[in-house]
Design a protein around this ligand. Structure first.
Ligand code: PDD
Length: 283
């Protein structure tokens, strides 16, 4: 897709990216006071839009904001940003807006800043990825998709510095999620993933994987996974809207299973691609 100066949406207007300007007093800039969503688009269609907008509303409620637009208005904006039929993702960010005075407390009568753009989705690398485990140093409201991502940034960079593509985070001995993904592990033939809680983002891809697995009678469990269990898992996957289902072949320098994407991943990846294709056909 690589459009050089794409059209973006900012506060009621569509404009070229290089014309978009936000106040330095914006609370997103000053405090990281805002939330976001990433919605995949396959074959020109928004993927699981209802689920993404529901999570958006939950995130807004979690930081004491009202939705600035309704479902229909969001959809109209996103449709204008989608370029062609290739796989892409809508990025939507809402901050509390710019107040005249820098004050931590939430100001009354501030107008939210609303920004949306479309970005390409890069294909999943063949052959699987390496990951490292790190201490989950984040806050206790990880179910809110907040733009305040400094811990995630530092964790991801630490993983890259150690030759991994992602960090799997461990909180009090249990797996929570990746720095920007959810985690699945095949343990004793069961596809397990940590339960929803304040310590993980309720991933839309995560829910879909569980749904598809159950439809195809693959045994699943939403339960706590200890680091020791993760280390003996026969398969580990990372899931997210932009990386779909990514097989992990090395954990902290040790092979996962046979060191290649496992049979259950092959199976579910094919099911997932087929599911995506049914959306394209329905157009
Ligand atoms: N991140 N957990 C975290 C911490 C994430 O940042 C993400 C996604 C997920 C997966 O959620 P979903 O399946 O709904 O994409 C889990 C997005 C893609 C990002 O920050 O760019």
């Amino acid at each position: 897709m690589a459009v050089e100066n794409p059209t973006i949406y900012l506060n009621g207007e569509f404009m070229a990216l290089d014309r978009a300007k936000v106040s330095v007093l914006d609370r997103g800039f000053l405090f990281g006071d805002g939330i976001y969503e990433v919605i995949p688009v396959y074959g020109g269609r928004l993927f699981r839009l209802d689920e993404h907008l529901r999570r958006l509303e939950d995130s807004l409620a979690g930081i004491r904001m009202q939705p600035p637009l309704n479902r229909c208005e969001w959809e109209k904006i996103f449709d204008r940003l989608i370029v062609g039929e290739q796989d892409q993702a809508v990025y939507l960010q809402i901050t509390r807006g710019a107040a005249l005075k820098r004050d931590h407390a939430i100001p009354a009568d501030v107008v939210p800043t609303v920004f949306a753009m479309c970005t390409p989705i890069t294909p999943v690398p063949a052959g699987g990825v390496r990951v490292v485990t790190l201490d989950d140093i984040r806050w206790q409201y990880c179910h809110i998709k907040a733009i305040t991502l400094l811990p995630n940034v530092l964790l991801r960079q630490q993983a890259l510095d150690r030759g991994g593509v992602e960090a799997i985070l461990i909180r009090h001995g249990d797996v929570t999620e990746g720095a920007a993904s959810n985690v699945f592990a095949v343990i004793d033939g069961v596809l397990a993933t940590p339960p929803k809680s304040r310590h993980i983002l309720p991933g839309i891809t995560r829910d879909l994987i569980l749904e598809l697995a159950q439809e195809y009678r693959i045994p699943t469990a939403e339960r706590n996974i200890t680091l020791a269990e993760l280390q003996r898992a026969s398969e580990i996957w990372l899931t997210s809207s932009t990386r779909e289902i990514l097989p992990v072949v090395e954990l902290d320098g040790t092979r996962v299973g046979d060191g290649v994407p496992g049979p259950l991943w092959q199976n579910l990846y094919a099911i997932y691609q087929e599911y995506k294709n049914t959306l394209r056909v329905r157009r």
